[in-house]
Structure formats: structure tokens, C-alpha cells
Design a protein around this ligand. Sequence first.
Ligand code: FES
Length: 131
Amino acid sequence: MTARPTQSTSSLFKPLANAEAPVDIWFNDAPLRVPGGRSVAAALLAAGVARFRSTPVSGAPRAPYCMMGACFECLVEIDGVPARQSCMVEVRDGMRIRSQEGARDLPPELMQDATPAATQNAPALENADGR
Ligand code: FES
């Protein structure tokens, strides 16, 4: 009896024959060469990245699900901008991408708009990491 071939778990994604040249990016401060000509999410998945963010409450790991901008499971920080849908942004050479841990920080401009009267009885503004 011969053993049945098992499904490869290295990547569920196969490159197209006319795939564009690879690009060099940074993911969580580590250099990474990924396939070009596709979304950040597709490029990271093809490179073997499985954890894109963590949930704000439990810290459970999350990764892209719909790949079409509907589920928001693929949120990452791209070039310093938090909460970007990585499935909706094309990967470019030199991008600095970070996984999004918990809730994103509020943009500084929103913090400056908060008036003392508006924030007097409001709960402290911080994410799960205490930022
Ligand atoms: S994977 Fe669903 S919004 Fe990006």
C-alpha cells in the first residue's frame, strides 16, 4: 500500500506565470522579499506570514479572510499609518509594515480636538497595550 500524498502546508497560494518581480519590504522590522504586483495581504501570505494582527480584547491572532475589503481581519500598519486593510493596498518596494496589536492608537489630530468639556467624564483613551 502506498501512502497518499499530503497537502502542502507551506503556502496555499501559487504564483501566476506572469507574476511581477519580487519586492523588498520590512515586516515587524525584519527584511522580507515578497512577490510584487499584488496586495500587501497576498504578498505576506505568499511569504508565509500567518499573523497580521491581534484582537483588542483577547489578543487572539488574526489573518486575512475575505481578501476583498469586507472583513477587516487583515489590518496592519503600513508606513506608519495604522488600521490599513492590507488586502486593498498594493505592495511596493521599501514598505514598512507592522502587525497591528490590539486597538490602534488615536491619530494625534483627534486627540488635540478633544476639548476639556468633552473629555471630562469620558473614560481614559487607551488601547489594550496601555498606549
Ligand atoms: S481580508 Fe477581509 S478586509 Fe482584508
